[in-house]
Design a binder for this molecule. Structure first.
Ligand code: NAD
Ligand code: LMR
Length: 326
C-alpha cells in the first residue's frame, strides 16, 4: 500500500538573495526522495519573505515542471501559519546569511526575531511530533531560541545542522588518504557550527584490506572549511549544506547504520560535561525516529579543552541572543 505523504517545510526556499541558495538546492532533493526515501511521497511547504514571493512562485513552477513522482503537492507562501500547518518535518533555512568578512554574531539580533516568530507558528500549527532542523546561522542558537518559544515541541525534536561539518571531515580524510569516503566513519563534530567547533578524529576509522584502522594514526584533527567556501565562491555552501540536511533528516527518521554514528546539534543533557541547556553537536546514533548521544567515549585533555571552548562560545551566544530579546 502507498504510504501517506509526509509534509516537509523548507523556510528560505526561494534562495532569492545573492548568497548560497540552499533552499533552491534542497527542494528538488526532497522531492526526489533523497531525504525521506524513494518510497515516501512528500508534500512540500515552502516559506519565504514577501520580497521573494515571485521567486518562490518560480521555484514552485519548476517543481511542477520537473514532474517528480513522489511530489504530491506544493504550498508556496509568505504566510508562516499557512507554511507551518500540519508539517511533520521542518527545515529552517531562512534567515540572514553571513557574508564574507562578517562575524556570525553580527546577524544574531535579526535571526533571533525570525526564530521567535517562526517558533510560535510551528508550536501552534505543526503536526504533533514534528521534527525540526535549523540550518540558518547561528544554527545552534537559532535552534535554542526556537526551542524556547515552542515549548510544546519536545526538546528531542529540535536540532541543528552540523552534519555538513561531519561530512566535510569524512570528505577531507578520504581525499588525504586516497580512500573511498564510504570507507571512513565515526568522526565527531563537537559543539558549535562555527569556527570554534571541534572536529575530532580520535575515534574515526578507515576500512582497509587489512581491516579497520584508526584514522588518528593517519591524519591530524581537521579544521572547519565553511570560511574557505565563502572565500572561493563568494557565497556560502549550498549544495553540500542541502545534501547534508537530507542526510541529517534521513538518518534521524530512518536510523543510522549499525556501528556508525553521525553528528547532530541537539539539546544537551549534560553528557560529556557539556552544560545542559545548550544546543551542542554530539555524536549520536538514531533508531525508530529518536537520536541518542553515544556515551562513554574516552576524552583526552586536548579534546576536553576544545570541547569546553566551543561550549563557552555557545554560552556567550546564548547570552547575546537573550539580550536581543529584551
Ligand atoms: P540565501 O540568502 O540564499 O537564502 C536565504 C533565504 O531565506 C532567502 O530566500 C531569504 O529571502 C529567506 N528568508 C530571509 N528571512 C526569512 C524569513 N524570516 N522567513 C523565511 N525566509 C526568509 O541563504 P543561504 O545561502 O541559502 O543560507 C541560508 C542560511 O544557512 C544562512 O544563515 C547560512 O549562513 C546558513 N548555512 C548553514 C550551514 C550549516 O551547515 N548549518 C551551511 C551553510 C549555510
Ligand atoms: C558553512 O558552514 O558553510 C556556513 O555555515 C558558513 C556560513 O557562515 O554561512
Amino acid at each position: 500500500m502507498a504510504k501517506e505523504p509526509v509534509r516537509v517545510l523548507v523556510t528560505g526556499a526561494a534562495g532569492a538573495s545573492f548568497s548560497g541558495q540552499i533552499g533552491y538546492a534542497l527542494v528538488p532533493m526532497i522531492a526526489r526522495g533523497v531525504m525521506l526515501g524513494a518510497d515516501q511521497p512528500v508534500i512540500l511547504h515552502m516559506l519565504d519573505i514577501p520580497p521573494a514571493a515571485e521567486a518562490l512562485n518560480g521555484v514552485k513552477m519548476e517543481l511542477v515542471d520537473a514532474a517528480f513522482p513522489l511530489l504530491k503537492g506544493v504550498v508556496a507562501t509568505t504566510d508562516a501559519v499557512e507554511a507551518c500547518t500540519g508539517v511533520n518535518v521542518a527545515v529552517m533555512v531562512g534567515g540572514f546569511p553571513r557574508k564574507e568578512g562578517m562575524e556570525r554574531k553580527d546577524v544574531m539580533s535579526k535571526n533571533v526575531s525570525i526564530y521567535k516568530a517562526q517558533a510560535s507558528a510551528l508550536e501552534k500549527h505543526a503536526a504533533a511530533n514534528c521534527k525540526v532542523l535549523v540550518v540558518a546561522n547561528p544554527a545552534n542558537t537559532n535552534a535554542l531560541i526556537l526551542k524556547e518559544f515552542a515549548p510544546s515541541i519536545p526538546d528531542k525534536n529540535i536540532s541543528c545542522l552540523t552534519r555538513l561539518d561531519h561530512n566535510r571531515a569524512l570528505g577531507q580524510i578520504s581525499e588525504r588518504l586516497n580512500v573511498q569516503v564510504s570507507d571512513v566513519k565515526n568522526v565527531i563534530i563537537w559543539g558549535n557550527h562555527s569556527s570554534s567547533q571541534y572536529p575530532d578524529v580520535n575515534h574515526a576509522t578507515v576500512k582497509t584490506p587489512a581491516g579497520e584502522k584508526p584514522v588518528r594514526e593517519l591524519v591530524a584533527n581537521d579544521e572547519c572549511s565553511g570560511a574557505a567556501i565563502i572565500k572561493a565562491r563568494k557565497l556560502s555552501s549550498a549544495l553540500s549544506a542541502a545534501s547534508s540536511a537530507c542526510d541529517h533528516i534521513r538518518d534521524w527518521v530512518l536510523g543510522t547504520p549499525e556501528g556508525t554514528w553521525v553528528s547532530m546539534g541537539v539539546y544537551s543533557d549534560g553528557s560529556y560535561n557539556v552544560p545542559a541547556g545548550l544546543i551542542y553537536s554530539f555524536p549520536v546514533t538514531c533508531k525508530n525516529g529518536e537520536w541518542c548521544i553515544v556515551q562513554g567515549l574516552p576524552i583526552d585533555e586536548f579534546s576536553r579543552k576544545k570541547m569546553d571552548a566551543t561550549a563557552e562560545e555557545l554560552s556567550e551566544e546564548k547570552a547575546l541572543a537573550y539580550s536581543c530579546l529584551s
